[in-house]
Design a protein around this ligand. Sequence first.
Ligand SMILES: [Zn+2]
Length: 125
Amino acid sequence: MIESIEGTRAIARCAVCEQAREVDLAGLVVRLLDKDTALVALPACSCGAVEYVIRADGREHPLPGSRSHLHQLLVDHLHAELVERKQLAPGSDDAAKLCVPLAKEDRERWFSKGLSLPDRVEPRT
Ligand SMILES: [Zn+2]
């Protein structure tokens, strides 16, 4: 999971071993699976786990403001950022249509202190 994005770096926390690690955005690409689905493969964790983050389909999140909603917004932002930098997998040029930047009001409402998840950890549901 992505915990924060600042400039060209993101902090990712491994879903398997729960270690946080720094990820350089320069090494990532957006891959378009079909016209409605794009994903980014994060670099493997030192434990060997590989995580993919998937661009939301644009439907409204059922729990606005929840950790999972904010995580989705960070993931969406990551995709838009990589598209902006033209970091696309071969054949994924159309990703620009799907991976639009976060709405200004979402960014202001949920990330007024920067693109990061709140510290408080909610129990997994
Ligand atoms: Zn790990």
